[in-house]
Write a protein that binds this ligand. Structure first.
Ligand code: ADP
Ligand code: MG
Length: 730
């Protein structure tokens, strides 16, 4: 019996203690966070006011006030059972990082007390030399600092034997360059706020002070049994299967999406939700996704930087809690070939300081005009900077979705839906007419459209779709930190909002404001037309059409990342102070490097699997066939066994089929080893190009042969868990 078969009998859920009456969520939501409410209880009124104005107006608090907050935070954390604290940050690796320190401080021989100072709260200094910096720091000045981000509440992470206070921070170099994903997001929010407030003021909102981006990331993931996972070195090493014959049943029956959630999985979901609620993460929706064993969690949207922290935390929770259920949570963009991969639909909008959503079409004409101006700015931003959006989601895992045969395509376009499209058409043509749908409003009298709030339709194939009162950027990878895509969206929209505001100012001088706005909008509608697409984004015709329109269609990560090195993009990010040139180029180098490392790990894993598992399995089976054939031939000779010659020929054919499959697998694996050797001499960019153009096709080629071998080798000799088992066995 193979080890794989052994495991098959061990597949089962864990026994859980039954909860008779689960707690009401509102009774414990956010209990493990030091949020404004908790802070207010523990500090003086003056300090709390100072803290609030730090957040809203940027007036930094004094060291005494920081000390007071630190002390309160420590007391709160200790009262909850925390013994350690850590600055929690998001380095360029895409993960989160922690370095724990105890609260203890020595007061005399053998004596300690719990202490935590304002300076320790505000600033930390993890040894930064092992985090990727893309050349920002020379090793002789490898200092890195973490600095408290007071806008994101500190929280407590619980494990069985203790608790840790985590303080969200940014991570910067000695000279203040961003070494993380968080600081650029915070900077982009400021840029967006300045630009959006400028536009709001034009529209008469004198009280507009601040605008934030809001975000609700829909998180897709797979769950598979841990026993299988542990037997698949490709999953363990790379997060995806590098080999594996398709199972006869995949997702073609469409019986998984929104199907009844299996009890084992729903138990996992309950536990994730409970832990998330304690941390103030507003999880809202959970359901089965399209592929077998694929699922989704979606939260209620929040301010982007909180949403980004929460999504990182959620991914950590999912991975951790899955293990408690004897499951493994796969966040890779394409864990299994032949069925859907996972993404993270990033729902994005803007909200002013009163909570009004600037992308809400509203139902009064005045709002509509402002909405249309914002909408036009979004269209312009996406049209001019589709290359940056593509770059913001460029990573090895996502390359299997974008531009491969998977949703969404690498061509960035915008879907608006029928109603908005007809309204934009009318404005563009300057006509006053009723459009076909009865819910679309007469442009007649006021020359301004009215909207029916809920009338947007859906186009699931669009990478950047308007869905009611927000845009949904669907190209983000499931494993990604959403901070970078948000920072890019914020920046390109900030630039366009400024542009629209300037245009309106010019046009409306001495003229009717509404007419001027309509004129600007109308012009933008014309200019940005190529970015709009309402049809099927997967169709071959769209690829041709997009080419005609001059839209970029970039399949490879290395080409997508080149956008970060273009002068016009560097100028854009410098102007809005989101990335300096150095920071941007550093990111380019880091991401190219990460791509290369990922591909090397994958290739080496595949190589080892071929040599240590797949070929040996093939050989064992080959030996079995050889023995049988040898036996038959010798019996034919010695005992005159009457053998049908056709049957004998068939046996031979079977054997030689196995022999040649093993040969092809091995030969291509040797080719791959040679290619890796050759690539060692290349610089980052050239190496990434080689990996995309040569290594990936070769790995696919090997896979076709290993998959073919898997289909002939006896089940008993095959040790790697099969697709049909990983994806279907309950
Ligand atoms: P859909 O059916 O279009 O996917 P949902 O209402 O289910 O829309 O929302 C999907 C995600 O979009 C949720 O996470 C939700 O919180 C988020 N979302 C809704 N409104 C906004 C907004 N104004 N800004 C950002 N995200 C939003
Ligand atoms: Mg959605």
């Amino acid at each position: 019996m193979s080890i794989r078969h052994d495991v098959l009998f061990k597949i089962k859920g864990i026994d859980l203690e039954k909860v008779d009456l689960p707690k009401k969520v509102s009774s414990y939501f956010g209990e493990n966070t030091f949020n404004a409410e908790a802070m207010q209880k523990h500090i003086s009124k003056g300090t709390f006011e100072a803290f609030k104005s730090w957040l809203s107006e940027g007036k930094i608090i004094t060291l005494e006030q920081a000390n007071e907050i630190a002390d309160a935070m420590k007391d709160w954390a200790i009262s909850k059972g925390a013994t350690y604290y850590t600055h929690w940050f998001q380095p360029m690796t895409g993960l989160t990082a922690e370095k724990h320190d105890s609260f203890i401080s020595i007061t005399g021989p053998g004596k300690v007390i719990e202490k935590f100072s304002g300076s320790k709260l505000i600033q930390g200094e993890p040894d930064a030399s092992s985090f990727p910096s893309g050349g920002i720091r020379a090793t002789f000045e490898a200092r890195g600092y973490t600095a408290w981000d007071p806008s994101s509440p500190a929280f407590i992470i619980e494990s069985k034997l203790g608790k840790t206070l985590c303080i969200p921070t940014i991570f910067i170099s000695y000279h203040g360059e961003a070494l993380d994903k968080k600081l650029p997001l915070l900077r982009s929010d400021e840029a967006l706020s300045r630009a959006a407030v400028g536009l709001l003021k034009l529209f008469g909102h004198k009280d507009a002070r601040k605008v934030v981006s809001t975000c609700g990331p829909e998180q897709e993931y797979f769950l598979i049994d841990k026993n299988y996972y542990n037997l698949r070195q490709d999953l363990v090493m790379t997060g995806r299967t590098l080999t594996g014959a398709p199972s006869p049943k995949g997702q073609q029956l469409e019986d998984q999406y929104f199907g009844t959630i299996k009890e084992r999985v729903v138990n996992f979901m309950f536990e994730v939700a409970e832990e998330a609620y304690k941390l103030g993460i507003p999880l809202m929706t959970r359901h089965n996704e399209v592929a077998p064993h694929q699922y989704e969690f979606a939260p209620i949207f929040e301010e982007s930087n909180i949403a980004a922290d929460h999504n990182q935390l959620l991914m950590d929770l999912m991975k951790k809690i899955a293990l408690r259920h004897n499951l493994v949570c796969l966040l890779h963009e394409k864990p299994f070939a032949g069925i859907n991969g996972s993404g993270k639909h990033l729902n994005w909008s803007l909200a002013d300081n009163e909570g009004n959503n600037l992308l809400n079409p509203g139902d009064t004409p005045e709002d509509n005009l402002q909405f249309l101006a914002v909408l036009a700015a979004v269209l312009r931003g996406v049209y001019l900077h589709a290359d940056l959006l593509r770059a913001s989601v460029a990573l090895a895992g996502n390359e299997h979705r974008l531009g491969a045969n998977e949703a969404p395509p690498a061509i960035i376009s915008v879907f608006l839906g029928e109603q908005l499209t007809s309204i934009l058409d009318m404005i563009e043509q300057g006509v006053k007419q009723k459009v076909s749908k009865k819910d679309i409003i007469d442009l007649g009298v006021a020359r301004l459209p009215r909207f029916n709030k809920d009338s947007t339709d859906r186009n699931r194939t669009s990478p950047f779709a308007f869905t009611g009162a927000k845009f949904e950027f669907r190209a983000v990878g499931s494993s990604q930190n959403i901070s970078t895509p948000i920072a890019v969206i914020n920046t390109i929209i900030a630039e366009s909002l400024d542009y629209v505001a300037e245009k309106i100012k010019k046009e409306s001088k001495g003229k009717d404001f509404n007419t001027a706005v309509l004129k600007v909008i109308s012009q933008l509608i014309k200019e940005t037309k190529p970015i709009r697409f309402e049809g099927n984004n997967y169709a071959e015709e769209w690829v041709k059409e997009a080419k005609k329109r001059g839209l970029p269609n970039i399949a490879s990560t290395y080409e997508a990342l080149e956008a970060l090195t273009k002068e016009k993009n560097i100028a854009l990010f410098e102007k809005y102070r989101v990335f300096s040139k150095q920071e941007l180029i550093a990111r380019y180098h880091i991401w190219i490097h990460m791509y290369n490392l990922t591909l090397e790990i994958e290739a080496n894993t595949l190589n080892e699997m071929v040599n240590a598992s797949i070929v040996p399995a093939g050989c064992e089976y080959e030996k079995l066939l050889t023995d049988i054939l040898g036996g038959l031939v010798s019996l034919k000779k010695s005992a005159k066994l009457a053998l049908d010659l056709k049957a004998l020929a068939d046996q031979k054919e079977h054997l030689s089929e196995v022999v040649s499959k093993i040969y092809y697998v091995r030969r291509n694996a040797l080719e791959m080893a040679k290619l890796l050797e050759k690539a060692k001499k290349l610089d980052g960019h050239a190496r990434a190009k080689t990996y995309f153009e040569e290594l990936k096709p070769l790995m696919e080629h090997i896979r076709r042969h290993t998959d073919a071998l898997e289909c002939v080798v006896s089940d008993e000799h095959w040790d790697l868990p099969k697709y049909r088992e990983m994806l279907f066995v309950k």
